[in-house]
Design a protein around this ligand. Structure first.
Ligand SMILES: Nc1ncnc2c1ncn2[C@@H]1O[C@H](COP(=O)(O)OP(=O)(O)O)[C@@H](O)[C@H]1O
Ligand SMILES: [Mg+2]
Length: 257
């Protein structure tokens, strides 16, 4: 199912943070949300996730306004991996990932072997099966991010929102996580600050500047020298990679002038 965002606004107090964003993410698409620090990526994701009510505009999942869904119904469709996920300290990896099954259970639907299988598959997908009994507080930053992704996968959502999921990862794990995310059949929006990772793994990207969507399209269409200079303030050369054909951005380490 698609994600449709229509003329979305969100203000914190009197300050307009997200300003008139409209975008559609097609079923199964991986959509990258780009923009400098403070441009509103996390704020937009929080509103799309239903964690903040919009000041104006709306978000629909496959045509259903998220404002019409209970938190539980929304959590069965949409999973979120936040930028700075925290968890109770004295829990194991397995317990965190099992939390992903919460929206699927009620008093009348006990835990089953299917849930165990889903949790085991999620841990395996992020390469953490061997860490299942390790305590959350003893994990590295990168492992914590992979556990949060496993929790989201265990939720078995149709939609996935990720806020800079590669932040604490070394380059090998950044690529592994994004390759995994891009191959999932889920409709995904992922905030990223690495333009080259976005160009490689996203079907389309959108660029935020001061809370406004200033560009949206394929990485090839969006990631131009002109846009990078205008929005990020850095001079760059952009050319198709000889290896994979996606645009490759090379920063020239100079001001855009
Ligand atoms: N709850 C809030 N109250 C006041 N200002 C906020 C709040 N949340 C975000 N902001 C501001 O909104 C802007 C966008 O922040 P954010 O969405 O975190 O950007 P990004 O994720 O792109 O770095 C920043 O200037 C930030 O200070
Ligand atoms: Mg952010």
């Amino acid at each position: 199912m698609s994600i449709d965002v229509k003329d979305l606004h969100w203000s914190a107090g009197r300050r307009a943070i997200v300003q008139g964003v409209s975008l559609s993410v097609a079923e199964g698409e991986t959509f990258g949300l780009l923009g400098p620090n403070g441009s509103g990526k996390s704020s937009l994701l929080r509103v799309v996730a239903g964690l903040r009510p919009p000041t104006a505009g709306r978000v629909t999942l496959g045509g259903t306004d998220i404002a019409q869904l209970s938190p539980r119904a929304l959590a069965r469709r949409l999973a979120v991996v936040a930028q700075h996920a925290t968890t109770e300290t004295a829990v194991s990896v397995l317990e965190v990932v099992r939390l992903g099954r919460t929206p699927h259970h009620g008093i009348l639907s006990p835990w089953t072997a299917t849930d165990d299988a889903i949790v085991a598959a999620a841990l395996s997908e992020v390469g953490l099966s061997d860490h299942r009994d390790q305590l959350w507080q003893t994990l590295s930053g990168g492992e914590r991010q992979r556990v949060q992704l496993a929790r989201a996968l265990a939720q078995r959502p149709s939609h996935l929102l990720l806020d800079e999921p590669t932040n604490h990862l070394d380059i090998q794990h950044q690529i592994e996580i994004l390759r995994l995310v891009s191959r999932l059949a889920l409709t995904t929006v992922v905030a990223l600050h690495d333009l080259n990772l976005a160009a490689r793994f996203c079907n389309r990207v959108g660029v935020l500047q001061d809370g406004r969507l200033v560009a949206c399209g394929t990485p090839h269409e969006v990631l131009t020298q002109e846009l990078i200079a205008r929005v990020f303030g850095v001079a760059a050369e952009v050319a198709p990679s000889a290896h994979h054909g996606h645009p490759h951005v090379q920063f020239l380490m100079e001001d855009a002038g």
